[in-house]
Design a protein around this ligand. Structure first.
Ligand code: IMP
Ligand code: MG
Length: 169
């Protein structure tokens, strides 16, 4: 185990409080990136004391089970227009950052009033395009992790904590 359920909840409470402060009196749309972010979205949003709205995008990046290629395919697009709205993307983890870089470009074109990022986990020691993560949870070492929405080969998303998994060679 790398991060316990209690540590995650305490961190999400801090992040939620910061979001509540920053978007006071504003109209905020949370966009969760499926599938991984569904757990973070559910728990983070319940620490946000604002009348937020929700939408989801599902993306798949071509690559192996444990490496993203940066070529992103949109499997499910947003149901709402985001023009003129404050938008906060909620992600489980920033690894290569390629998925988010693609999404930010894709969403920026739709002219939101603001577009920011929240991510529970950020992998350290990785070269990635510059990405500003406005609300970040934990920095973790460059290892493959599962749980709390994150999968290996489709499984372990329902673990209530984040764990390092030993991958077969
Ligand atoms: P990126 O484009 O490499 O930043 O990562 C894209 C997606 O890969 C993330 O949203 C996760 O769904 C998945 N991912 C990256 N690192 C891990 C990991 O350590 N465990 C499980 N999934 C991961
Ligand atoms: Mg995944």
């Amino acid at each position: 185990m790398l991060i316990s359920a209690e540590e995650i909840d305490a961190k999400l409470a801090e992040m939620g409080a910061a979001i509540t402060r920053d978007y006071q009196g504003e109209d905020l749309l949370l966009i969760g990136i499926l599938k991984g972010a569904f757990v973070v979205m559910a728990d983070l949003s319940r620490h946000i004391d604002l009348p937020v709205e929700f939408d989801f995008m599902a993306v798949s990046s071509y690559g192996s089970a444990t490496k993203s290629s940066g070529v992103v395919r949109i499997l499910k697009d947003l149901e709402q227009e985001i023009a003129g709205r404050h938008v906060l993307i909620v992600e489980d983890i920033v690894d290569t950052g390629l998925t988010l870089q693609y999404l930010l470009r894709n969403l920026q074109v739709r002219k939101p009033l603001s577009l920011s990022l929240a991510a529970l986990l950020i992998k350290d020691g990785i070269e990635r395009p510059p990405l500003e993560v406005k609300y970040e949870g934990f920095h973790i070492p460059n290892e493959f992790v599962v749980g709390y929405g994150l999968d290996y080969d489709g499984k372990y998303r329902n673990l209530p904590y984040v764990a390092v998994i030993d991958l077969p060679e």
